[in-house]
Design a binder for this molecule. Structure first.
Ligand SMILES: Nc1ncnc2c1ncn2[C@@H]1O[C@H](COP(=O)(O)OP(=O)(O)OP(=O)(O)O)[C@@H](O)[C@H]1O
Ligand SMILES: [Mg+2]
Length: 255
């Protein structure tokens, strides 16, 4: 199953992605984490992994990806892949590994004035569409803040969207927007309430479509601390166990 994590800036997308990846790996799944955030460099640290080379470099870099993208406007469907691709096809330069955890970073903005990140999102969309998962594999896609990646169709190759909602009006409003987008894309959407306490969890449950909430994760000092000092999020959290249980049930049902 391919799962896309989205939400407003700082709501905990990367933390949830890393915690979930580590939990699923512990359960024996092969997990392919796709870092689709061109700006931030934290996900590999939250996973306790090395940052691989940008996957875009495998195709000659951002400019080459953009050129292929432009050609696609003249007809044909944009793809840098000739065929379906499996995680095992990707060389270790572009995919770092730790146990059954695998990490791909689509591309990072590194230099001042190097242009927009559109080609990275286009490459992500292409990759996720072409990625073929084996039985017992999960792909978890961590996105940049907001909804830009939806405009590039990154969600099209995914089976399910997880929106992380923190206690803020921005998140509550964004939930409605993402709901409409996911309906338009025909993708199931589920909410993860994050950084909550009893009071804020109750408020959020009253404010969003409760039937979509699959996990409630309290504010937890360990998450904050490990992100601050740069250590992996390799501890158990009840909300993440609930989330992994839900996703396991979903994949088993779909088989
Ligand atoms: N459940 C939690 N409890 C405490 N702190 C949390 C929790 N989840 C996330 N945080 C903290 O919130 C901050 C933002 O988290 P994170 O980087 O995962 O968010 P993000 O949505 O990926 O951000 P960005 O939009 O910048 O990519 C970090 O300092 C992290 O430690
Ligand atoms: Mg992030």
């Amino acid at each position: 199953m391919k799962i896309l994590t989205c939400g407003k800036g700082g709501c905990g997308k990367s933390s949830v992605t890393a915690l979930l990846a580590i939990e699923l790996e512990k359960r024996g799944y092969e997990v392919i984490v796709v870092d689709n955030d061109e700006s931030n460099f934290g996900l590999h640290i939250q996973l306790g992994m090395e940052l691989p080379k940008d996957f875009a470099l495998h195709f000659g870099g951002k400019r080459m990806v953009a050129e292929k993208l432009l050609k696609s406007k003249e007809g044909g469907r944009f793809s840098v892949f000739n065929d379906g691709i499996r995680a095992s096809d990707i060389s270790e330069d572009y995919m770092s590994k730790k146990g059954r955890l695998n990490l791909i970073a689509i591309g990072k903005i590194r230099d001042f004035g190097e242009g927009c990140a559109c080609p990275f999102n286009a490459l992500s969309a292409d990759f996720l569409r072409m990625l073929e998962l084996n039985k017992g594999e999960f792909a978890l896609v961590d996105t940049d803040a907001g909804v830009e990646h939806f405009g590039r169709g990154v969600e099209a190759g995914c089976d399910l969207i997880l929106m992380v909602i923190d206690p803020s009006q921005e998140s509550i409003r964004l939930a409605e927007k993402v709901n409409k987008i996911s309906e338009g894309a025909g993708k199931p959407l589920y909410y993860v309430l994050n950084k909550t306490d009893d009071e804020t969890a109750e408020f959020l449950l009253d404010s969003v479509d409760q039937s979509k909430v699959v996990s409630v994760i309290p504010e937890d000092k360990r998450v904050f601390r490990n992100c601050l000092v740069g250590e992996a999020l390799n501890f158990e959290l009840k909300g993440i166990i609930e989330l992994a249980d839900f996703l396991e049930r979903k994949t088993n049902r779909e088989r």
